[in-house]
Design a protein around this ligand. Structure first.
Ligand SMILES: Nc1nc2c(ncn2[C@@H]2O[C@H](COP(=O)(O)OP(=O)(O)OP(=O)(O)O)[C@@H](O)[C@H]2O)c(=O)[nH]1
Ligand SMILES: [Mg+2]
Length: 311
C-alpha cells in the first residue's frame, strides 16, 4: 500500500487524534507547574501516559528515559511533548511496515479478521482501492456468510473499486467458499485476494475454530496461504485490544495489524502499547469511513499527532 495524497491525510490524522493529544497537552500543563522534571513531575507524567492507554510498561520506559537524560532540567510542556513524540516514534518505527504483496504469490491472499464492527469490511474496501491505484488486479471473497447484509456491503465496495467479488448464499460454509474463491482467483490470475470474514468475539470458541477451518482450506491450495493475515482493531476499544491480539494469535497466524477509527478517540495511545508488547507490523491506520481514509502507517507522523506536535 502506498501513501497517496499524504498531506490531506496527515491533517485528518492530526484532527482525528485531537482528543488523544488534548488529553496529553492539558495533562502536561497541569503537571508542569514549576517547569522542572523532578520526581513528582515524572511520577505524574507516568500516570498521565498510563491513563492515555499507552500501557504501564511503555509509560515506565518513556519516563525512565526522561529520568536518565533530563532529570532536573528546566523544560517547557511543548519541549517535553516533542521529546516524548521522538521517543514514541522510536518505539513505533520497527512496526511501521506497509502491506506489500509478495512477488511469488499469485494471488497474494489477505485474510481479514477481527471482532464485530472493528472495521474489517470497510478496511478491505480501502485496501482494495489502494491496490487498484497501484494497477493490481484484486478479487474479494465474501466469507461473512452469516448475514446477507454483509455480502451486500462488500459488493458495494467491490463495485466502487472495480474488483471481482466471489460470494455465496447466507449460511454457506465459509471454508468451502474461500477454497472456491482462491481457485478462481488463481485461474483469473488475480494479484490479490482479499478475504472478508464475519466478526467474532475472541471468547467464542466455535467461531474462532471456524477461522482455523478457513485457514486450512486456503492451505489446501497453497501451504503458505494466507500470505497475510490482518487483525483489524478498533482504536476506540482501548485496552481490550490486547486481549483481542492474544486471542486471535492463539488461533491463527496473525501477520499484521490495522487499527481503525482514529478519528475521534481519546485512546490513541493503545497503538503504542501494542507495538511495544507484540512487535507485530502495523500496516495502516483508519481515520474515517471513506475509501481514502486509510493510509500506510508512519511512526513519526503518528507520534507527533498523538502528542499534538506540529513541526
Ligand atoms: N469513524 C470511522 N468509522 C469507521 C472506520 N472504519 C470503519 N468504520 C465504520 O465502522 C462501522 C463498522 O465497519 P465495518 O467495516 O462494517 O466493520 P466490520 O468489522 O466489517 O463489522 P462486522 O462485519 O459486523 O463484524 C461502519 O459504520 C464503518 O463505516 C474508521 O476508520 N473511522
Ligand atoms: Mg464486515
Amino acid at each position: 500500500m502506498t501513501g497517496h495524497k499524504t498531506g490531506g491525510w496527515l491533517s485528518r490524522l492530526r484532527t482525528g487524534l485531537t482528543k488523544s493529544s488534548q488529553h496529553f497537552s492539558e495533562g502536561m500543563t497541569k503537571i508542569f507547574r514549576n517547569h522542572r522534571l523532578d520526581e513528582e513531575t515524572l511520577s505524574d507524567l507516568e500516570e498521565l501516559l498510563i491513563s492515555s492507554d499507552i500501557g504501564v510498561a511503555t509509560a515506565s520506559q518513556l519516563v525512565g528515559s526522561l529520568e536518565r537524560h533530563r532529570f532536573h532540567e528546566e523544560i517547557s510542556p511543548e519541549q517535553l511533548r516533542e521529546i516524548l513524540a521522538d521517543n514514541i516514534a522510536e518505539v513505533l518505527a520497527p512496526v511501521a511496515k506497509p502491506l506489500v504483496p509478495g512477488p511469488d504469490n499469485k494471488p497474494h491472499v489477505i485474510l481479514v479478521v477481527g471482532v464485530n464492527g472493528s472495521g474489517k469490511t470497510t478496511t478491505i474496501g480501502k485496501i482494495a482501492k489502494s491496490f487498484r491505484e497501484d494497477g493490481l488486479e484484486v478479487m474479494m471473497a465474501a466469507c461473512d456468510t452469516f448475514r446477507a447484509a454483509a455480502v451486500e456491503q462488500l459488493k458495494i465496495w467491490s463495485e466502487r473499486t472495480g474488483c471481482q467479488l466471489v460470494s455465496g448464499k447466507e449460511g454457506d460454509d465459509p471454508a468451502g467458499l474461500v477454497f472456491d474463491a482462491y481457485k478462481k482467483a488463481r485461474r483469473k490470475k488475480a494479484d490479490i485476494l482479499l478475504v472478508d470474514t464475519a466478526g467474532r468475539l475472541q471468547n467464542k470458541k466455535g467461531l474462532m475454530e471456524e477461522l482455523q477451518k478457513i485457514v486450512r482450506a486456503l492451505q489446501k491450495v497453497d501451504a503458505k496461504a494466507p500470505h497475510s493475515c490482518l487483525l483489524v482493531l478498533d482504536a476506540t476499544t482501548g485496552q481490550n485490544a490486547h486481549t483481542q491480539v492474544e486471542a486471535f494469535r492463539e488461533m491463527i497466524p496473525v501477520t499484521g495489524l490495522v487499527m481503525t477509527k482514529f478519528d475521534g478517540t481519546a485512546k490513541g495511545g493503545v497503538l503504542v502499547a501494542l507495538a511495544d508488547q507484540f512487535g507485530l507490523p502495523v500496516h495502516a491506520v483508519g481515520v474515517g469511513e471513506s475509501a481514502d481514509d486509510l493510509r500506510a502507517f508512519s511512526a513519526a507522523a503518528f507520534a507527533d499527532s498523538l502528542m499534538g506536535v506540529e513541526r
